[in-house]
Ligand binder design. Structure first.
Ligand SMILES: Cc1ncc(COP(=O)(O)O)c(C=O)c1O
Length: 382
């Protein structure tokens, strides 16, 4: 599955998706089968059982591998299932260095499940490359980054972290969910593995959960394929089809998400002042230069501060067009309250350390007409 020379939008539409050999259908069929007839012992058409391979999922994996520029991709039933599979690369006694301001579900998995199996985790402010380097010890096997972070929108310099990690023989994985490969390509910046909750921008339509691991080495392909087979947390054929369909419009959607994100952030700055709006595309963002360098755009994730739980609740209760809901990355604008939703499991003390206040609101700006999004936010703030 090597990257071809065609452009990103072309590959999103065509890679892994040759017209069906039997009928010429231009869309990959949904292969609803759990098993495959075999001609003789050891003789088959490349498929034996659907937990191992399914042609719809195979097509999707080839497509996502191409878009991230890796050498293999493996899809799972959710983003959390993909992170769990990633962690099976390690064994008891191994250590992981992780971005401190990561998705709450990731730290919950690490702290409340995987520590029971002998893995240890150190959380660092990965904006500080020296802090990452210092946290790496002899048992460290992985540095897991999330950039930009959820919901504070802080960035990590992927290239710089990859250099220090690789110098110590440690691999780097990046959760690229917030930007998608259209806006950020961690492997080109030195990362070894890219992970996504495909539930978000890759799917883009809020109609299916999923996760993917894109690797760069033969051992990644071997390991993740084996984990799919052993643990069975694979993506279903129907969800694979939905994701293939969503990815076809990734390039145009991300352009519009990016444009709308910038417009909403600019409007919020005028309304609330720059110190209350968190968006890497603002010149006042402390890591604006890094965002402009390592990302192709600024995306549509932003957060802003309303000062109290009461004000946050009043705002979300008044929304009419934008949905107050968990998740992000859909065509519709989604608003969430991190303290009680995505980061509830982090606890009050953990949230205070990360700067996640009760008055913080996160927005995944959709691709509706941006004037309508802003008008809804304006009336809800009034
Ligand atoms: C950045 C990030 N990573 C991982 C996940 C987990 O993905 P899923 O909900 O598909 O399991 C999420 C979910 O919100 C997320 O925002």
């Amino acid at each position: 599955m090597s990257e071809k020379k065609l452009g990103f939008a072309t590959r999103a539409i065509h890679d892994g998706q040759e017209p069906d050999e039997l009928t010429g259908a231009v869309n990959v069929p949904i292969y609803l089968t759990s098993t495959y007839q075999q001609e003789a012992i050891g003789k088959n058409k490349g498929h034996e059982y659907a937990r191992l391979t399914n042609p719809t999922r195979d097509a999707l994996e080839e497509n996502l591998c191409s878009l991230e520029g890796g050498t293999s991709a493996h899809c799972f039933g959710s983003g959390m299932a993909a992170i769990t599979a990633l962690c099976t690369m390690m064994k008891s006694g191994d250590h992981v260095v992780c971005t401190d301001n990561t998705y709450g579900g990731t730290s919950r998995l690490f702290n409340q499940v995987l520590t029971n199996y002998g893995l240890t985790f150190t959380y660092v402010d990965s904006r500080d490359v020296d802090a990452v380097a210092k946290a790496i010890r002899s048992e460290t096997k992985l540095v897991h980054l999330e950039t930009p972070t959820n919901p504070m929108m802080s960035l990590t310099d992927i290239r710089a972290v990859a250099e220090v990690a690789h110098a110590k023989g440690v691999e780097v994985s990046v959760d690229n969910t917030f930007l998608s490969p259209y806006l950020q390509r961690p492997i080109e910046l030195g990362a070894d593995i890219v992970m996504h909750s495909t539930t978000k921008f890759l799917n883009g339509h809020s109609d299916g959960l999923g996760g993917v691991l894109v690797g760069t080495k033969p051992e990644h392909a071997e390991k993740f394929r084996f984990v799919q087979k052993c643990t069975g947390g694979i993506l279903s054929p129907f969800d694979s089809y939905l994701l293939l369909r969503g990815v076809k419009t990734l390039a145009v959607r991300m352009k519009q998400h990016d444009a709308n994100g910038r417009a909403v952030a600019d409007w919020l700055v005028k309304k609330l002042g720059p110190e209350r709006v968190f968006y890497p595309g603002l010149k006042t963002h402390p890591q604006y230069e890094l965002a402009a360098k390592q990302q192709k755009g600024f995306g549509s994730m932003l957060s802003f501060e309303l000062g109290s739980l009461e004000k946050a609740n009043a705002f979300v209760s008044k929304l009419k067009l934008c949905y107050f809901a968990e998740s992000l990355g859909g065509v519709e604008t989604l608003v969430c309250h991190p303290a009680t939703m995505t980061h509830a499991a982090v606890g009050a003390e953990g949230r205070a350390k990360l700067g996640i206040t009760d008055g913080l609101i996160r927005v995944s700006v959709g691709i509706e007409d941006v004037e309508d999004i802003i008008a809804d936010i304006e009336q809800a703030l009034a």
